[in-house]
Design a protein around this ligand. Sequence first.
Ligand code: ZN
Ligand code: ZN
Ligand code: ZN
Length: 316
Amino acid sequence: MSHAHTHDHHEHGHSHAPEVSTQNERVVLTALVLTAGYMLVEVAGGLLSGSLALLADAGHMLTDAAALALAWAGFRIGRRAADARRTFGYMRMEVLAGLINALTLFALVAWILFEAIQRLRHPVEVLSGPMLVVAVIGLLVNIAVFAILHRGDRDHVNIRGAMLHVIGDMLGSVAAIAAAVTIRITGWMPIDPILSVLICLLILRAAWALLRSTFHILMEGAPPDIDIERLQAHLLEQVPGVAHVQHVHVWSITSGRVLATLELGLDAGTDQRQVVPAVKQALADRFGIGHTTVEVLFDPPRACALRAAAGPETEG
Ligand SMILES: [Zn+2]
Ligand SMILES: [Zn+2]
Ligand SMILES: [Zn+2]
């Protein structure tokens, strides 16, 4: 399994991390090469034909290529263990790359929208022939990528997501073909900037989701599906001997790699050698937290230093 974090606390053996096979890695790499190659074709075709829609879609392909590159790097870097200097390994690279990708996309969308407005006011001649050729190539590339992904591990969350995405891309290619045919038959040029604006909306949606999730991880936010109060209640109910749970911090190194620290108070006469592993196991099973650090308190709990620094004394 893909856990880059190789030191041997037993709780690291959780199994919901996707299986990394060389098959998946090859599938992703092939899709990446095809996508990036088509992106270059689209840039060339866009410049040659004057089609803004093709350039906008090249931007969209840039996102797709970046996402595939990240998935591929995730497979490769995931194998690279943490070392003494980077005790969390290299998993955050993925998050930083995602943030840069999102910001790049916003800049790209701004440029396309600006250009589209210009062109709606002063239509630019688009050569429908090259545009049609490139759009048809795009449809073929998307069909090929879909077929390749289909051969990969379809239970893998990234591969399934990528397949759904490629279906959307096929529809985009069909729209581009329709626009090229429209220009060919009617000579109605505004269809090109209009289509580019529609592509921008798709890019914006992806960019916004990416920005939000990377920003949240960089803010050390708890994963959206983990509620701290429910986590505390779960431990109190499920682990015998736990008297109270406080000072809980939960965060992700990268999407799906969750860590926690917390303090426990125990019932009198409880053996911490049993409770501490039970707490770690309960968090791994119920919340998918693969790495928990537990401190057992024998004195009354004190406020979390992070909260106390920010305002009045409250119990973390
Ligand atoms: Zn796409
Ligand atoms: Zn560890
Ligand atoms: Zn704290």
